[in-house]
Structure formats: structure tokens, C-alpha cells
Design a protein around this ligand. Structure first.
Ligand code: ASP
Length: 331
């Protein structure tokens, strides 16, 4: 899918990897959040906010809503704690900031932006990042704030299946088919297997009406991840990238995205092979990504918006200045 209308363009994602049997109610709930956040971004673009301001604003909103896997609602580590990570990149001047291992910062994407703008570095993690947050006076809360009942149940399921989860998978009657181990009796919540509540990473890419591109990604990482694990989302070039040509945000299995340096590859094939935005997205997914692992959203400086994934689905929304708007999950 590609639109090329000039002017501004925006795309958001709420994670890749969706069970085809995801209940309608859950699909609608996710779409409503995406639509609300997309509209927030559209209003900001109409008010002439810059691309980097808009991606921060939209990702903050997604972090605050517990439906997706970032900020409140973050996936849990094997210890049952939350370790969040985020990155932001402003394509104008290729400035970037990233954070990992956050346990108390309410909006990780805003701390990533402060790393970009107020520190001499581009990436801070764990205790040092938390110290920087306090120094900068950003809002902090107890780790419990981020932990939802659904995710506690989901972690239990992941532990029983002895797996690390990155997507929505509903355990079938006989077990959790898609995991390496089988769950004999799925844990139910409101009559539904608990994995239908599994959360997903968020991201936003924007080109503003002046052709400036920006990208931001935020996540709690993978459910049941080892404490200390760092995924693709805070890694510039892997989960997030922006330059004067395009902005890209990825989602899916971080280890596969890191191996493929997915976000940067999209920009590289546009730059060095002269591919268009959608061609570049399709090429990178086909050539650089293991099957069934991830997806991404992208915008170009020409006002194009594109997305692609090789998982069963990807929660996403996009809009362009001419009035086009789409919210979707499936292909
Ligand atoms: N890419 C994220 C990670 O591996 C997970 C996701 O996109 O859902 O941490």
C-alpha cells in the first residue's frame, strides 16, 4: 500500500503478529485507540507542529493507554517487572535519542527526546537513564503503575509454555500451537484465553508539510524476556530510523529486526538503489527479514506513506494530507 500525494503524511502501528481468531471486540478496541492517536497526530500536523513533535506526541498517547505494549501495559520480564525502551529520530540533521531499562519513567519516548536534545549522548540505559530522568524532572511513577492484570496473566501463560512472546496468539483447545511448548489448559479471563490480551509495541512515523521526516518507537519488549534484554525498538537503524528521505518504525521479533537492520535498510535501498518507498519496504521485508517475524511503517519526504509485514497481521493506521485515512489489522 502506498500513497503519494505530497504534503504531510503520518502512520502509527500497535504491533505486528496477530492471531487470525482475535475476537472482534478486541480488534475494535485496538482500532479505536489507533484511530484516536492518529487523529491526535493529524490535528497536530494541521496546527503545523514539526514531524518530531508529532511523533513524540502520538507515541506518548499510545504509552499512556494500556491497550498496547508501551508505558502502562508494557510486557513483563521473566521477573514480573517492567523494563521499557524507546527511541526517537529527527530526520532533519539525523539527530537521535534512545533509552532502555526504564522502570519508573511514565513516558519513555519523551526521555529519549531529552537524551537527543539535552545530553551529549544518543543512548542511555538502566540506572544512568533513570538518573537522567530525575535530573530532567520528567514524571516518574512506581513500577506497579505499568503492570496490568492482563499482563500478569499473560506472563503466567508464557512461563507455562516456556516461551517468549511477541504477538497475539490464542491457545487452541489442545494447547498453544504456535509456541515451542504446549499449554495443556489455557488460562481464561472473561471466558477468553488470556493471550488474546497480549499487548504490542507502538510506533509513529511522520513527514510534515515541510518534508521533514521523523520516527519514534516505544515498547516494554517481549513478554517473559530476560531482565536486561534489549530489543530493536531503542536501536537506531534497527527498530527506528529517520533521515532526509524517510522515517521508519518497526515491530515484531526484535532479534530478527536487529539482524536485518530493518529500518535503516529501507532508507539505504531508497538512497542507493533509487527505489520508491513501497518498493523499498517490500524489498527489505523480502530480502532482509526472516519469515513471519515483523512489520514496519514508513513515510517519505514526498508525502508518501507505506507499510508492510510478514506476520499474520499488524495493527496500524495511516493518513495523508488529501484526506486519505485507513486503520487496519490484516493484509
Ligand atoms: N520489537 C519489539 C521487541 O522485540 C516487540 C514488538 O514489536 O512487539 O522488543
Amino acid at each position: 500500500m502506498e500513497r503519494n500525494m505530497g504534503g504531510w503524511a503520518i502512520a502509527v502501528h500497535g504491533g505486528a503478529g496477530v492471531d487470525p481468531n482475535l475476537p472482534q471486540q478486541r480488534q475494535e478496541e485496538a482500532k479505536q485507540v489507533l484511530s484516536r492517536c492518529l487523529n491526535l497526530g493529524i490535528d497536530a500536523l494541521r496546527s503545523n507542529l514539526s514531524a518530531v513533535d508529532v511523533v513524540e506526541l502520538v507515541v506518548r498517547e499510545l504509552e499512556t493507554d494500556p491497550v498496547f505494549n508501551s508505558g502502562r501495559g508494557s510486557a513483563l520480564t521473566a521477573k514480573g517487572t517492567v523494563e521499557m525502551e524507546s527511541s526517537i529520530m529527527d530526520g532533519s540533521g539525523r539527530r537521535c535519542g534512545a533509552v532502555s531499562g526504564l522502570t519508573t519513567v511514565k513516558n519513555p519516548v519523551s526521555l529519549a527526546r531529552l537524551v537527543m536534545e539535552r545530553s551529549p549522548h544518543s543512548y542511555l540505559a538502566f540506572a544512568g537513564a533513570e538518573d537522567f530522568a530525575r535530573q530532567q524532572g520528567v514524571e516518574v511513577v512506581d513500577n506497579e503503575y505499568f503492570i496490568t492484570e492482563e499482563n500478569v496473566g499473560m506472563l503466567k501463560l508464557a512461563k507455562e509454555a516456556n516461551t517468549i512472546m511477541f504477538d497475539y496468539r490464542i491457545p487452541a483447545a489442545g494447547g498453544l500451537e504456535t509456541c515451542s511448548a504446549v499449554v495443556e489448559s489455557p488460562i481464561l479471563m472473561n471466558g477468553l484465553p488470556i493471550s488474546v490480551y497480549a499487548p504490542e509495541t507502538v510506533g509513529c512515523v511522520v513527514v510534515d508539510s515541510q518534508g521533514r521526516c521523523a520516527a519514534a518507537t516505544s515498547t516494554g519488549g517481549l513478554m517473559n524476556k530476560m531482565s536486561g534484554r534489549i530489543g530493536d525498538s531503542p536501536l537506531i537503524g534497527a527498530g527506528t530510523y529517520a533521515c532526509n528521505i524517510c522515517g521508519v518504525s518497526c515491530t515484531g521479533e526484535g532479534e530478527a529486526i536487529i539482524r536485518g537492520t530493518l529500518a535503516r535498510e529501507v532508507a539505504a535501498v531508497m538512497e542507493y538503489k533509487g527505489l520508491g518507498l513501497q518498493e523499498a519496504v517490500d524489498f527489505v521485508i523480502k530480502e532482509r527479514l526472516d519469515e513471519g517475524k515483523a512489520g514496519l511503517i514508513a513515510v517519505s519526504n514526498k508525502g508518501e506513506v507505506a507499510w508492510g509485514f510478514n506476520t499474520t497481521g499488524m495493527f496500524r493506521g495511516c493518513a495523508t494530507e488529501d484526506g486519505f485515512m485507513e486503520i487496519g489489522i490484516w493484509d
